[in-house]
Write a protein that binds this ligand. Structure first.
Ligand code: GSH
Length: 219
């Protein structure tokens, strides 16, 4: 059975999709490989039209086509239930949904406000124009985000206190062993780091070493 992931394409091989990265982490947790990664640009909507989706990631797992990272995580959990669990049961799945919503509604947008302008340098001209066209109505001119980010950083870091404390107390969000909640949140920090040299976390922050570990990078 062949397995293909449609993920975001950058000019220089960086993983620029937090949602793609969380699927990579979920697959690794379940020890499932990929036969192919199809890299598509933001503008390449035709390439994922077969999945009835406007966004990546899309997973083609044998004859199953699954779009949306949360749906992909659920597909992996239910299809490969004999492998290490992403959720640790139904209560864990329900709580992980909170983190999916928190990332989708708040964390990703907040991180975008720090790194989106810098991310443009890793995209080709068409994707750059697409990002400006689709994101500037929401964020304003992307350059101006960088002018204010230093001043906004302390309050962003402070907002992460509940996350920081939980990781300190539990080892991970999910407990002693990392799970899908960790993969979703840490993937957002991975995206920031891939997109920009602007440091969202200081190297002595417990979230910094946690994120590196979850993303399989050495701190
Ligand atoms: N809820 C979706 C969100 C996926 C998403 O926003 N993907 C971005 C790449 S990081 C995308 O493809 N955006 C397409 C666009 O902005 O047109 C998921 O969890 O998979």
């Amino acid at each position: 059975m062949s397995r293909t992931l449609y993920d975001l394409k950058s000019l220089d091989g960086r993983r620029l999709s937090p949602f793609g990265q969380r699927v990579h982490l979920a697959l690794r947790h379940k020890d499932l490989g990929l036969d192919k990664v199809e890299l598509v640009r933001f503008v390449d909507k035709d390439a994922i039209a077969f999945a009835k989706s406007q966004s990546v990631p899309v997973l083609v797992d044998g004859d199953k086509v699954v779009a949306d990272s949360w749906r992909i995580a659920n597909h992996l959990e239910d299809t490969y239930s004999d492998r290490p669990s992403l959720f640790g049961g139904e209560a864990g799945r329900a709580l992980a949904r909170y983190f999916n919503n928190w990332c989708g509604i708040w964390l990703t947008a907040e991180i975008a406000s720090f790194i989106l302008f810098d991310m443009l340098q890793h995209l080709d001209e068409e994707d750059r124009a697409y990002i400006r066209r689709t994101r500037e109505p929401r964020f304003g001119p992307l350059e101006s985000l960088n002018e204010t980010r230093e001043a906004r950083l302390p309050s962003f870091r402070k907002t992460l206190d509940p996350l920081r404390l939980t990781v300190k107390q539990n080892g991970n969000l999910h407990g002693a062993e990392a799970g899908m909640a960790d993969f979703m949140v840490a993937a957002a920090f991975h995206w920031a780091e891939q997109s920009s040299a602007f440091a969202l976390l200081t190297s002595d922050d417990p979230l910094y070493s946690w994120s590196k570990r979850i993303n399989g990078q050495s701190p």
